[in-house]
Design a protein around this ligand. Structure first.
Ligand code: GLA
Length: 389
């Protein structure tokens, strides 16, 4: 659907349900070029916002409660600002109520509102639809009620909602990039102090192609939170020996090897991955600036290998897509993207060979898994914005 169509659909849905003229927020999804699972280890990430969005329309309400309606789930929720409680696991309502709870806590908001949202960021694809929704709500309420929240305050409210209501102890990458994206640029973000630089991204004869496995393996006991815990365990031991090291990302492989005997194999592997991935971000950045696309692609493949073998957050379907990409010289690099266990791969592919490659992947993936993958040729766009109506 074209952006304007999507925008009109949201506005129409709002008009059908609620009175008043809403503020409309356009909140993008994100890709990450490289630097996966490094954000909560105070390392570097390299995300960019893309032309897939969640729109949030929100207006004041005279009712004694607030309401939110999800177009895509065709469900609504009544919100009592004095009674903001976690909903059942996996429900979209947690994102809304989580953010509202953070805002009420921070600003004492007591005015009610009606909100409608929907969009075209595929859910569970590793494109951060949840951060887009959280920030969209926080940004929308901030603007509607003139709450005066800064960009970092909005980010923190969204992150807290993700931790305490959605139950994922995420890092800063998704919410930060959604707020700070810039057209045709990726964000080289240092998660230790949130300093960042916009780096122009333009791949000449190549382009980025996302392939959605259309699987999301729901594993019990959040494996994401477990990875974070392993990194913490590893770093606590490293820190005992090297008190001046500030984070796992800043640890050297030599330092890690010095304490190897004190770590389980699993914790060692997780730590090794993080240290290597963090330095891959720098290599990829250098390759990008030197327009050395082959080298850039090599870093993507190496990242996938680490994610698969050391960090163990990949899955068969993702590995299959990366292996297919590896067989094709027109694909310079490929890796899983985002939290893992499903979702998309990100590929750097020669523009003129895209159609042929897509046809091949479609056929082979369908043959193997009985499932159609989706393909997105995304463009890098600006971060979250209010739409002028
Ligand atoms: C999810 C989290 C991010 C980040 C990535 C992995 O998207 O929300 O904070 O940790 O996984 O890089």
């Amino acid at each position: 659907m074209m952006n304007n169509d999507l925008q009109n659909k949201i506005l129409k849905a709002f008009e059908e349900r609620y009175p008043g003229f809403p503020v409309l927020i356009k909140s993008p999804g994100r890709i990450n070029l490289i630097g996966e699972h490094t954000d909560y280890n105070e390392g570097f990430v390299f995300p960019a916002t893309i032309d897939k969005y969640i729109y949030v329309a929100v207006a004041k309400s005279d009712n004694r409660y607030s309401s939110a309606y999800s177009i895509d789930f065709d469900e609504s929720v009544k919100i009592d600002l004095n009674k903001l409680e976690k909903q059942k696991n996996g429900s979209w309502k947690n994102y809304v109520i989580g953010v509202v709870s953070g805002i009420v806590e921070k600003t004492n908001l007591s005015d009610n509102f009606n909100l409608v949202f929907g969009g075209d960021i595929p859910i569970g694809a590793g494109l951060s639809s949840s951060a887009a929704l959280e920030n969209g709500i926080a940004f929308g309420l901030n603007s509607l009620f003139n709450l005066g929240l800064s960009s970092n305050e909005i980010m923190n409210i969204s992150i807290e909602a993700e931790h305490n209501f959605a139950g994922v102890n995420c890092g800063v990458m998704d919410q930060f990039s959604n707020l700070n994206g810039k057209k045709n640029n990726a964000i080289l973000l240092d998660c230790s102090d949130l300093s960042y630089k916009h780096i122009p991204v333009q791949f000449d004869d190549y382009q980025l192609l996302l392939i959605n496995t259309n699987v999301k393996h729901q594993l019990t006991d959040s494996p994401y939170n477990q990875r974070k815990q392993s990194c913490k365990t590893g770093f606590e031991i490293i820190k005992k020996h090297f008190p001046s090291v500030s984070s796992l990302s800043r640890t050297t492989i030599n330092q890690l090897n010095t304490v190897k005997a004190e770590l389980t194999e699993e914790v060692y592997n997780r730590c090794l991955y993080v240290i290597e991935e963090n330095s891959r971000v720098q290599s990829a950045r250098k390759a990008l600036e030197e327009r050395n696309w082959k080298e850039f692609g090599k870093q993507l493949f190496a990242s996938h290998k680490g994610l698969k073998e050391l960090y163990e957050v990949s899955c068969d379907e993702l590995d299959f897509l990366v292996d297919l990409a590896k067989q094709e010289p027109v694909v310079l690099g490929s890796r899983m993207m985002g939290g893992g266990f499903g979702g998309c791969t990100i590929n750097l592919i020669e523009k003129k060979s895209i159609d042929r490659f897509i046809n091949k992947v479609k056929l082979e993936y369908l043959n193997k898994y009985g499932l159609n993958p989706d393909f997105y040729s995304v463009n890098i766009t600006d971060g979250i914005k209010t739409v002028k109506l």
